[in-house]
Write a protein that binds this ligand. Sequence first.
Ligand code: MSP
Length: 662
Amino acid sequence: MSAPRTYLLTTPIYYVNDVPHVGHAYTTIAADALTRSRRLRGEDAFLLTGTDEHGQNIERTAREKGVPTQQYCDQVSAVFRALWETLDIRYDRFIRTTDDLHVRGVLKLWDRLCGAKTPDGRDAIYTGTYAGWYCPRCEEFKDEDELKQPGNLCPIHELPSEWTEEENFFFRLSAYEGWLRDEIVSGRFRIDPAERRNEVLGVINQGLKDFSVSRARVKWGIPVPQRPDHVLYVWFDALSNYITALDYAGDGPLYKKYWDADSAERLHLIGKDILRFHCLYWPALLEAAGVRPPNREFVQGWITKEGKKLSKTTGNVIDPQALVARHGPDPVRYFLLREGSYGQDWDFADQAFVGRYNSDLANDLGNLVSRALTMLARYCEGKVPTRPAIPRERPVGFEEDLQVPATLEGRIKAVLDRYEALEFAGALSEVWSWIGQLNQRIVVISPWEIAKDPARREELDAFLYRLLEAVRLVAVLVFPVMPRAAGRIFRMLGLPERDPGREDLSWGRLPPGAPLGAIEPLFPRIEKERTVSDEKPPQIPPPVETTQAAPPPTADKIDIADFARLELRAGRVQSAEKVAGSKKLVKLQVDLGSEVRQVVAGIADAYAPESLVGKTVAVVANLKPAKLMGVDSNGMVLAASLDGKAVLCTFDGEVPPGTRIK
Ligand code: MSP
């Protein structure tokens, strides 16, 4: 019997010569989302990440900062781990190239290579002289025709390369051309997207050059046992992490299960700048050493800002920590995976972040959840209604009305398949098209109308049960990308806040009669990156100096200073429920941008509570708090009164919550 399939997923290990930027977070979030989606499918998945700490560059940076090199590595590596923590990255192993486990593994691999023969019977490792243009930032020799002139500048860093000659150990990569081509063409070694696979094949077809695997000039690294004045080439050292972390040195159980097994998928996520190292050097080194090579690589695109790659050298980095501090981890994870197509370059625009947040998260998802739960509180006493008997193939029940042929199973499979193909934007857009349909169905079905007729109770319960189940399944499907928001939705549904598994993908899991949790706002809207300090206080004209006697005060008019004392703001209704025992009063939770307020309004005879959710209303925000029929009210909603019935003041256009009305 063959062993069950295992899934190892790795990120590149990040250089510690600087703190992380959004480009690094991008790969790690993608890796975490894919790993979570695999676990959701019930697969055995392992996520590996870490830091790359050797090399001249890091040694130089530590020296410039006046910190001992190891201490410097410890500090920056800890910054990466702290960021992964705030971004809810759940890795299984964090490897550092200064770990003893790693060093032992690298030396074992080196030892195997030193005794290895190429397919045509020559030594895989030999000594030779290397002379060439060396970029200390890339830690690699550059071909002369790659350099930018004048100045022999590295094409990536635009800094001068150094002419270098040294005696090195070489790896005979040229002997693995045929093997590499076969692996790729046969599909045994899968490289995506296709243009990257073609790029690698193109490089192979031009002929592969041997490369040096030791450095005489670098001190901060793993000494070569045969020549302790040399260290192993930083890329040889770094690439080895993928097996050393699993205890290749001790042939440990993780190594056996996730790397050295027929049924193991070994997938590396990489940036296109490190394609050659991962798709040529690394598999060939392993093949030579008699170790299984990786069998899948996915090459992500670059995030750019105004067309330029985010990098410290370009000076346009975006600090992921600051983004998370401002918006929380989920919107950052969502935006990065939704905005661009994962294998392609894309531009990070602040406005796009705000737009996606407000429309996809606050409006679409946030409103769906709060509308559904508000109706449940209103019509079902906050409990899961009776589960309707629904034919299995149409369990959610919305598709038939919309003439959409997809069954629930089809929908779920489409989303999970797209995660597996690393089409995160596609997976999310599948979920959002469902969210859109659900929001539409609420309006079309208008449960508040059905609720008026007691004879239609069963119909109402059936609709609300399906809606609630759909909300639960939406939360399960967004969990890989937004685990925290999914957990909060589970809590509101009265479910335990645990990672969902395969069993949670089936319909009808909500137990009828079970109490729902408290409704909490999911994603309060952002006001176009405005901070409170941007806001100008209302302009009060200076008093007019006059020698004449002041005109008599007009009792029925106020001046502008009186008006300025009123703090009027736009507010978005997040949830609404009737105040028990009152015909007129409704209790609203109103998003005022920087806070959510409870406001009691006398409009229940004119508006069904659910119809209020999502409306933007005018709120008197600095009214003294009051109690209305025992319920706290902190503000007032403006409305006209027509024949005794309220007509709300709304806006002639989209206005973000919290906007001052003047
Ligand atoms: N240490 C090496 C990797 C060794 S793996 C055995 C390294 N580190 S890095 O910190 O410079 O970059 C790590 C990854 O982040 C690379 O895959 C790189 O492409 C990716 N990114 C760095 N900047 C990026 C963007 N602006 N956009 C997308 N990814 C980016 O290379």
